[in-house]
Design a protein around this ligand. Structure first.
Ligand code: BV8
Length: 263
């Protein structure tokens, strides 16, 4: 009798659980999909994606900020306010709970939100920076702007808001994220590569695997002999390197896969 998709799914979760239970070092590699069920739009969702209204390729760049600092700063303020209003979901909490149970867990995220931290993850590696670490575009002086009061008109993703001015050099304060065309933070990338080439299992969650060099991390792990487990409702370019593909939403699959939810 051919296995039903339910049997296949149960087998896949069983295979994934066995790999995780025997792992010495687990890397959890996350993308926008893990925050989707918290209400943070992903980049590629056709209707609600951040890029549906703006092409992030053209907005998340140094050039865009130089040309129109108010539009770019306003877009990031809108995104930051949105993240402040939502909460981590069961997927974030299951990852944090795994950290207190497995021998060694490294969380590597492409996300610029703070939902892993707020779920209890100790020190996720942020490959693309954070919405909560603005700095001066000229002298890199960290800015407290991340806790500034909501400026009037920041309700809409298209609001124009004048970026704060650096108290040290009077340059523009910019979002603390990595824009297209910018190098990733060296230390973060080195730590991520070290973890990917050392781990026994890499669990990739909610990423389309299209943006480099971050997308190289799961491929590095596979080449170094790790078993890759993928959680994504959709097929992605990572399917061929995944030992197990779990097709479904992270907030449902992660708790089932990683055991009881966090506190
Ligand atoms: C650089 C911060 C060079 C900003 C981001 C090859 C090598 C190196 C570079 C390149 C290369 N080829 C091309 C490049 C250039 C470029 C690039 O990769 N372009 C792509 C578009 C082809 N890369 C760069 O520019 C990088 N820099 O290379 O610099 C350099 C070197 C030295 C010196 C100077 C320069 C910098 C890239 C970083 C850009 N910044 N973020 C911001 O947030 O505004 S990227 C941003 O987009 C995210 O961080 C993330 O990385 C990416 C989006 O991907 P995902 O997170 O996967 O999200 P997405 O929406 O795509 O997918 C969501 C997935 O979730 C889907 O699969 C969906 O099915 C799934 N899902 C939905 N719901 C759920 C779910 N899954 C589970 N549960 C659910 N409920």
């Amino acid at each position: 009798m051919p296995a039903t998709s339910n049997d296949d799914a149960r087998d896949a979760v069983h295979d994934a659980t066995k790999l995780l239970d025997s792992a010495r070092h687990v890397v959890v590699f996350t993308g926008a999909g893990i925050s989707a069920e918290s209400g943070v739009p992903t980049f590629r969702d056709a209707l609600t994606g951040l890029w549906s209204r703006y092409d992030a390729q053209s907005l998340a760049t140094p050039q865009a900020f130089a040309e129109d600092p108010e539009l770019v700063w306003g877009w990031y303020e809108w995104r930051r306010r949105l993240v402040e209003r939502v909460t981590p979901n069961a997927g974030h909490r299951a990852v944090a709970a795994l950290e207190s149970r497995a021998p060694r867990v490294t969380v590597i995220t492409q996300n610029v939100d703070d939902l892993h931290e707020r779920a209890g993850s100790a020190s996720p590696i942020h490959l693309h920076g954070s919405l909560f670490a603005p700095r001066c575009a000229r002298c890199s002086h960290p800015s407290g702007a991340a806790s500034s009061p909501t400026p009037v008109g920041a309700e809409d993703e298209g609001s124009r808001i004048a970026p704060p001015i650096c108290p040290r050099c009077s340059g523009h304060i910019r979002p603390g994220v990595v824009w297209f065309g910018e190098a990733l933070p060296e230390e973060a990338l080195e730590s991520a590569v070290r973890a990917a080439t050392d781990c026994d299992v890499l669990l990739t969650v909610g990423t389309s695997g299209l943006v480099y060099p971050a997308a190289e991390i799961p491929r590095l792990a596979a080449r170094a002999g790790a078993a890759v487990i993928q959680i994504n409702p959709q097929p992605t370019p990572l399917d061929p390197i995944a030992r197990v593909n779990l097709h479904g939403p992270a907030a449902e699959i992660l708790p089932a896969l990683l055991g009881p939810l966090g506190p």
